[in-house]
Design a protein around this ligand. Structure first.
Ligand code: ADP
Ligand code: MG
Length: 330
């Protein structure tokens, strides 16, 4: 049984960056205003995510890492209207099958916090009282210690740390009311450092730099015709002065970080046609759709979305991008 659990867990948590994504989403679900990530050895030695959210109640600690246990979804019907990012209760449990998980947490009004470690879906010992600051800290040590082949592949591949920095950068420019930091464990300098702000451009500047932020154009689109498509989009796209070899597309749909290859390609086509001398674009977009028009019940590692009326939506956004680019270039 333990092998089966481990294989299933290895599917949910495919690489260090998948663990970081789940942990940060949990911190966001806990209404945190500040989230710090520290990583050792590309996440294989250590991933540590600290937040200042609402914490975990003592009585929830024993079941925290049981599979399919979640505090966020009480009935299946809630799935359509769910506001939190987590709903499967699968992530933390999975991490305990492929790594060593230690949770330190304190809930408001308590004099001390608790620390507890988990293995294979269960607590290793009773929670121990400990000093704690507001919120929760989750530590994953020795990820994939029991999956030799996976560890080898990851050690030989490019450092997952780059992927983790990229992930945090994306979260930071969407959740601008939250402070984010990401660093190599023990390093003085953070590689992502964004302070809560009310301006998206400020957030983009502090994460991606002035060279990106000063070359962006605001973009908006909406449709409210139930017979074709219903959506609202707002974001920023790069102008002709922006320089990059690769497209950066940061896409959030209904608050979830996702990918939509069809939309990305459609926008790249417009850039190539409208600004043939410009580089590959930088695109930040947030799209809001009726929840029942987005397939959220996808596998945790599948970031590619499918939307109802996707073609219509892609065409509409494409034409808005085109007219914005033309105007900016006149
Ligand atoms: P899900 O997010 O799908 O509910 P997870 O396995 O990611 O499942 O987390 C299990 C549960 O642990 C969550 O439902 C939540 O109650 C609790 N939890 C995890 N991380 C945090 C955190 N940083 N702050 C508060 N609660 C947390
Ligand atoms: Mg979760």
């Amino acid at each position: 049984e333990s092998v089966v659990n481990r294989i299933a867990a290895g599917e949910v948590i495919q690489r260090p960056v998948s663990a970081v994504k789940e942990l940060v989403e949990n911190s966001l679900d806990a209404s945190s205003t500040s989230i710090s990530v520290a990583v050792k050895d590309g996440g294989l030695k250590l991933i540590q995510v600290s937040d200042d959210g609402h914490g975990i109640r003592y009585k929830d600690l024993p079941i925290l890492c049981e599979r399919h246990t979640t505090s966020k979804l009480s009935k299946y019907e809630d799935l359509q209207s769910i506001k939190s990012m987590g709903f499967r209760g699968e992530a933390l449990a999975s991490m305990t099958y492929v790594g060593h998980v230690t949770v330190t947490t304190i809930t408001p009004g308590q004099l001390h916090g608790y620390r507890v470690s988990y293995r294979d879906g269960v607590m290793e010992h009773e929670p121990k009282a400990c000093a704690a600051v507001k919120g929760t800290q989750i530590m994953i040590e020795n990820l994939f210690y029991n999956m030799i082949a996976r560890r080898k592949t990851l050690q030989n591949s490019a450092d997952d740390y780059t992927k983790i920095v990229d992930l945090l950068s994306r979260f930071a420019i969407y959740h601008i009311d939250v402070s984010f930091s990401c660093r190599k464990h023990g390093a003085a300098r953070a590689d992502v450092h964004s302070v809560a702000t009310t301006s998206r451009l400020n957030a983009i500047k502090s994460v991606y730099g002035l060279s990106v932020a000063q070359n962006l154009i605001k973009i908006e689109a909406a449709d409210n015709d139930p017979s074709s498509s219903v959506f609202e989009m707002d974001g920023f796209i790069s102008n002709s002065n922006y320089v990059a070899k690769k497209t950066t597309m940061v896409l959030f749909i209904n608050g979830r970080l996702v990918e939509c290859t069809a939309l990305k390609r459609a926008i790249e086509v417009v850039y190539a046609a409208t600004l043939p001398k410009a580089s590959k674009p930088f695109i930040y977009m947030s799209i809001i759709l009726p929840p029942e028009h987005v397939d959220v019940n996808v596998h945790p590692t599948k970031r590619e979305v499918s939307l109802l009326n996707q073609e219509v939506i892609v065409k509409k956004i494409q034409s808005v991008v085109e007219s914005v680019l033309r105007n900016s270039n006149e």
